[in-house]
Design a protein around this ligand. Structure first.
Ligand code: AMP
Length: 120
């Protein structure tokens, strides 16, 4: 079983900022920027080639909601989306990376500190 399936079924803890019946959104444990998060479908979908349109649409709807949360709680000013498939995909379970932008360069904070800011 891949590590994201284990997070989804509760075997492994995560810094979850949002979840519903279709997706779980949690902070990347090795972030590129503060607030780097992953949107992960709860059903095991390998990659973009394996993805159905309904789930994809939902993931992008949640992306817009997470962008609002990032703006409100972390005062971000933009967003880069990354989604790896094939050779560059380390975890073999579909995930969309949300990497927010800041007006000035930010020092990386511990993930738990970012989690507290996003969820308080
Ligand atoms: P990718 O290369 O797109 O497959 O990226 C996988 C991402 O998953 C990396 O950015 C990792 O830091 C992240 N990652 C791996 N294990 C965990 C975990 N247990 N919780 C949160 N993020 C993780």
């Amino acid at each position: 079983m891949d590590i994201f399936c284990k997070i989804i079924n509760g075997e492994i803890p995560s810094f979850t900022v949002y979840e519903d019946d279709v997706v779980k959104v949690f902070l990347d444990v090795n972030p590129d920027v503060n607030g780097h998060m992953l949107i992960v479908p709860k059903k095991h979908i390998l990659d973009i080639y394996d993805m159905d349109n309904d789930t994809l649409l939902h993931i992008f709807k949640i992306t817009k909601e997470m962008d609002k949360l990032l703006k409100e709680k972390l005062h971000t000013e933009g967003l880069t989306l990354v989604q790896n498939n094939g050779l560059l995909q380390e975890v073999k379970h579909f995930h969309l990376h949300l990497k927010p932008h800041y007006s000035e360069k930010e020092e990386l904070l511990p993930v738990e500190d970012v989690y507290k800011k996003l969820t308080k």
